[in-house]
Design a binder for this molecule. Sequence first.
Ligand SMILES: C[S@@+](CC[C@H](N)C(=O)[O-])C[C@H]1O[C@@H](n2cnc3c(N)ncnc32)[C@H](O)[C@@H]1O
Length: 266
Amino acid sequence: MPSSTEEAISNSLEIEQPHLLPHIPYLLQDLWALGSSVDQILEIVGSLPLSSVDTTLLDLGCGKGALSIQLAARYGFHIVGIDAMTTFLETARNKAEEYQVPHLCQFEEQNIVEFISIENHFDLVILASLGGIFGSFESTIAKLRTQVRSDGYILIDDGYLRDQNHLNRKGYEHYRDHENTIRELTAFHDILVHEVNTTSTNKKINEDYLKLIGKRCRELGLQHPELQKDLDAYFQLQEEECHILNHEVEGAVWVLQKKEMHHNTV
Ligand SMILES: C[S@@+](CC[C@H](N)C(=O)[O-])C[C@H]1O[C@@H](n2cnc3c(N)ncnc32)[C@H](O)[C@@H]1O
């Protein structure tokens, strides 16, 4: 697990140049969702047997609130969104006003690793585009289970390797092939209720995002020539990530229903 909040944020946003972190809100200003498959998730969550009035969702690493706010606006769910980036949360709060759901959305600035150290009983916990912040899929599920009630749901938006069981690259240490990923996700005997492949939809979105980020990198380079080298390296990494996502990884959204393990007593 990353040792500091800054490192966790940088890992999740694929930033290897610490000087660039303060400029990330500028570079990502054209994006609302920061990597998650919003349309698919909205549809999947809408198909779960959750009633609008009583349902409370936890969105870990909510970014600018693209998922939280649209889930609140569409289904009337109450949402708690946690993120460590102040500027992203400001955008999230403004967007909640714009979508007329500020009464349903609570955005809090906190490290999600600390947040989940206390048990909760949400109806659904979402971890979308946070990679291996909690380690392997098995340890991720172990941690997310502490945040939902019995029979509640865990939604993960991530992926698995197409042809191999290990990829020697930063950020992909937790990736496995499909069979092993499912084995890890269900290690606690929860029920896998949905698995949706997001590869083809994400391909187009990732390519569009890359263009928008490239444009902002060029603008920022003109304003801050001293950052040019870092910006070039950052953009190259984004291109590489896009290539890997399109060629080596299958994107997936999984939903598990938490089942308590009952031990037979004598
Ligand atoms: C790739 S973005 C995904 C955001 C959002 N889930 C979405 O799909 O739009 C990852 C987010 O996780 C946040 N993050 C990463 N590590 C974190 C941590 N340890 N605590 C809180 N937020 C974290 C980052 O600030 C960023 O907003």
